[in-house]
Design a protein around this ligand. Structure first.
Ligand code: SF4
Ligand code: SF4
Length: 301
């Protein structure tokens, strides 16, 4: 099954301190709506069955969003929108907007929530958005971004008190959060495999990773640009790259161990941080690219 994270625009109405998608310059990029429609048709032809509208804040372009979601429904593509809920100011207005999106075919809303988001957006908006989804029959979940510090307890309790469906997500130390002091953790020696859905950026560059990896300085996950390649070519590139396939099948922990990292050190990293340490380092990347997965694949039980 092919899924993609779709970055219509990098523009956001707020500036979270932990944002991975933070651009170095305040300028933002945006696709042309006509081009987007052409791309969605191409994605459908390439067998894409799910699109997640992310990057920046998609609801800034609400009218365009309605057209994109409608076209996805016509092409039998499952749609999800990731939002900070800034628009969900009152219950009535929220329900009205979600009802329209539901009629266009929206499947799911993912509500971003954290102590960083909530410095800019009242948490009541997240509640309005979740209740609006329940009323209109749109699936939803709250993505609770946390660094697992005590400071976040009250934020988690708010979700529990209001019986909202939520999943904690570790903050990724990339983008603006690069400036945060990374907190070492001690987890199980887990595989840390990654499904790796591609990400299409507003400048039509496509990446094999839709998270921190699309911002690595080594551009390890950059597949190419849709101006010079077809959707099919870029998906095939993502699916046939030996190192990407090692991330999918072996997981980043085994790759880290192969490169000589101590087990005691490995267990202090979360998945994306470990991936960054391996593939955003020109030296380590060179070693891994030289073995191209052949020797690596033997580094499993
Ligand atoms: S984390 Fe999301 S809501 Fe916050 S600034 Fe970045 S794109 Fe905007
Ligand atoms: S583990 Fe690597 S490939 Fe997977 S989401 Fe994190 S940065 Fe991207």
């Amino acid at each position: 099954m092919r899924n993609i994270a779709f970055g219509y625009s990098t523009r956001c109405n707020i500036k979270c301190a932990h944002c991975v998608a933070a651009e170095a310059t305040p300028d933002y990029k945006k696709m042309e709506l006509a081009k987007v429609k052409e791309i969605i048709r191409d994605l459908a032809l390439a067998g894409v069955t799910g699109i997640s509208f992310i990057a920046g804040e998609p609801f800034i372009y609400y009218d365009d969003l309605l057209e994109m979601v409608s076209l996805c429904r016509e092409k039998n593509i499952y749609t999800r929108i990731v939002t900070n809920s800034f628009w969900a100011k009152t219950a009535e207005k929220t329900e009205q907007m979600l009802e329209t999106l539901k009629q266009c075919g929206l499947s799911q809303l993912r509500l971003s929530y954290s102590r960083w988001h909530q410095q800019h957006v009242p948490r009541h908006n997240v509640l309005n958005a979740a209740h609006g989804c329940m009323k209109t029959g749109i699936d939803y979940f709250v993505s609770f971004v946390t660094d697992f510090s005590e400071e976040d307890d009250a934020y988690e309790q708010f979700l529990r008190d209001n019986k909202l469906r939520f999943f904690p997500e570790p903050v990724i130390y990339a983008g603006r959060a690069d400036a945060f002091a990374r907190k070492a953790i001690f987890t199980d020696y887990q595989e840390n495999r990654c499904a790796m859905n591609p990400y299409l950026a507003p400048d039509l560059s496509m990446y094999a990773c839709c998270d921190a990896g699309s911002h690595f300085n080594t551009e390890f996950f950059l597949l190419g640009n849709l101006q010079d390649n077809t959707v099919e070519q870029l998906f095939s590139k993502s699916e046939s790259n030996p190192l990407y396939n090692c991330i999918r099948t072996m997981g980043v922990t085994a790759i880290a161990s192969f490169t000589g990292m101590k087990a005691r050190d490995i267990v202090t990293y979360r998945k994306c941080e470990l991936c960054k340490r391996l593939f955003d380092s020109p030296e380590t990347l060179k070693i891994l690219q030289e073995v191209r997965g052949f020797e690596l694949r033997r580094w499993v039980r």
